[in-house]
Design a protein around this ligand. Sequence first.
Ligand code: ADP
Ligand code: ADP
Length: 233
Amino acid sequence: MIQLEHLNKTYDGAAGAAHHALSDVSLTIEDGDVFGIIGASGAGKSTLVRCINLLERPTAGRVVIDGADVTNLKGKELLRLRASIGMIFQNFSLFQQRTVLGNVMFPLELRREKRDAAERRARELLELVELGDKVDRYPSQLSGGQQQRVAIARALANSPKVMLCDEATSALDTRTTVSILDLLADINKELGVTMVVITHSLAVAKKICNRIAVIDAGRIVEEGSTADVFSSP
Ligand code: ADP
Ligand code: ADP
């Protein structure tokens, strides 16, 4: 379970003007949720989600994961937390100089897994995302949907309990978006991975999220089950 308690995040702007990206944000994300964070561009969605793996540090408030306050984690403990949380991005963020297989092996190499074991695991994950026949390609030789599936396989390499998806389908066409959302839903159901899904698309949120928080100008303005949020007047 992820608990965000009274998070505030202030960025120092130009000429000392402070920008409040998050104001008193509290949220609970239960294990097994597909939790949607929706809102307009600039609303604070990325900042909020990046507080979960502490890519951003909140200016005030607490991040509590499975009962442990992780807000101020440092060093090895911080690296371990980050490794337990997979992340995917709008622009895929693959290593262009590495093959598909090399991309998925990367987190395993960081963990100093034996080469054979790392390769076996990476190949399994690429089968899971239906790219078993593309292991030797480079990212630039793949379609956008295929690149995102490589990124998903790489995010799964450390067997995360949680995956953060930051506008993961925003660069994709409608048909490809549906196939990526289906894959994320399968990973949630079959592997039990909790999903936190940032999107500006109501259609995306409706399709896979069981719970939703709507964020506007750094504040949660609505939160609840997807059915409740979309049926509210
Ligand atoms: P969203 O993901 O909803 O588009 P963000 O969390 O990226 O929103 O940004 C929220 C606000 O904080 C925006 O106004 C943005 O310009 C600002 N912001 C985000 N990151 C930084 C940063 N590193 N420095 C200064 N301002 C930032
Ligand atoms: P998707 O099913 O992900 O939508 P596309 O229909 O976009 O895939 O692509 C079909 C095929 O074309 C894929 O097998 C992919 O390998 C290849 N392809 C797509 N874009 C490129 C590209 N920029 N360079 C090389 N091959 C590409």
